[in-house]
Design a protein around this ligand. Structure first.
Ligand SMILES: [Zn+2]
Length: 348
């Protein structure tokens, strides 16, 4: 639901109506991962990165992706991808990374447009509470650390019931005045369908007058990258050592060392160079990501400590996150983490 337009996520190989008894979670699908799934009888591979990203024009085994798709189908193994759905929420890839590093996450670095909307619904005064409660229970009315936020103003609604209608109040063919409340709530766009369904169920009218408005402020928990803070400032040299230690990486690349301690840190698991100017504008002390190029380090312009911990290094904990999320939702379903290190880059 939060995937980027260029992405290719969800079920990529397999029967949508098929049954599986166990899943293997990985960052990337490799031939080694498929072998592992076969060995452990896992009928489903859940990967962070999509196995099929670009269009496939033939399946003849002439490249690794084609070979893996053929192998998965032959072995009756389904393959799913999560990718930007987990990249784009504060508690996803970046929240997991922040936690490993010891940062308390604050908000996303770059919010995505159209992730918040406002619902306005007109409710007869005696029915405001059930409707309001239904909206809250569906996830509307969250504002930072506050929930159950709404606004209501009294007014008078008018309507004339037509032939064949079954009005809740009033008489068919006569205009009716009803004391109503204009009720407003903010909600994340992704819950819209279930929210509207809950509103319709709780509302007594046959025709529910309601409007949906765009909200031009971003959702602080939905978007790219993340900003977090250390409880105490950390010396830059100690910060780099901490990254290597917590991420279990032998190697990282960084720009010139600043002469100030590190406290506010921007993160982006995977390839985060596109967020560099945003991190600079946010005046963070450091920006940690992967896949940086030579010129990105010039662009940092000494305004923050730019650190490349590698694509795999910055996203490896996503596997545990997926396992944990699945465990919470499907407690009896066996989910194992791959033992295959799929990082294609080796350091020597
Ligand atoms: Zn990635």
């Amino acid at each position: 639901m939060l995937q980027e337009s260029y992405d290719n996520v969800g079920l990529l190989v397999g029967d949508p109506d098929g049954e599986v008894s166990g899943a293997l979670v990985c960052l990337d699908v490799t031939e080694g991962v498929i072998e592992e799934a076969i060995t452990h009888g896992c009928g489903l591979i859940i990967a962070h990165h999509p196995l099929i990203f670009k269009g496939l024009k033939r399946l003849v085994g002439s490249d690794p992706v084609q070979r893996m798709v053929i192998k998965a189908i032959r072995q009756d193994i389904a393959v799913m991808a999560v990718h930007t759905n987990l990249d784009n929420v504060a508690w996803g890839v970046n929240g997991e990374l922040a936690q490993r590093i010891g940062l308390s996450p604050a908000h996303v670095l770059e919010t995505r447009p159209d992730q918040l909307r406002k619902l306005v619904v007109f409710v007869p005064r005696d029915h405001v509470e059930p409707v309001r409660n239904a909206l809250f229970q569906s996830g509307a009315g969250q504002l930072g650390r506050y929930d159950e936020c709404s606004f209501g103003v009294d007014g008078t609604g008018t309507f004339r019931a037509g032939a064949g209608s079954e009005p809740f109040v009033g008489v068919i063919g006569e205009r009716h005045d009803e004391a109503e409340v204009r009720l407003e709530v903010i909600y994340p766009t992704m819950i819209e369908r279930s929210l509207l369904r809950a509103m319709m169920e709780a509302h007594p009218y046959e025709e529910v007058a309601h409007f949906i408005h765009p909200v031009l402020i971003g959702h602080p928990q939905i978007g790219s990258g993340l900003i977090g803070e250390f409880p105490e400032p950390v010396d830059p040299v100690a910060f780099l050592a901490l990254l290597k230690d917590r991420l279990g990486i032998p190697w990282l690349r960084h720009g010139p060392m600043p002469n100030r301690p590190i406290r506010r840190v921007a993160l982006c698991g995977g390839s985060g160079a596109f967020l560099l100017s945003k991190a600079k504008a946010e005046k963070v002390d450091a920006f940690v990501t992967g896949d940086l190029k030579y010129h990105d380090f010039f662009e940092a312009d000494g305004r923050l400590l730019l650190v490349d911990v590698g694509h795999y290094g910055s996203e490896q904990f996503t596997m545990t996150l997926i396992q944990r999320l699945l465990g919470e939702k499907f407690p009896t379903f066996a989910v194992r983490l791959t033992e295959t290190v799929t990082d294609p880059i080796h350091y020597s």
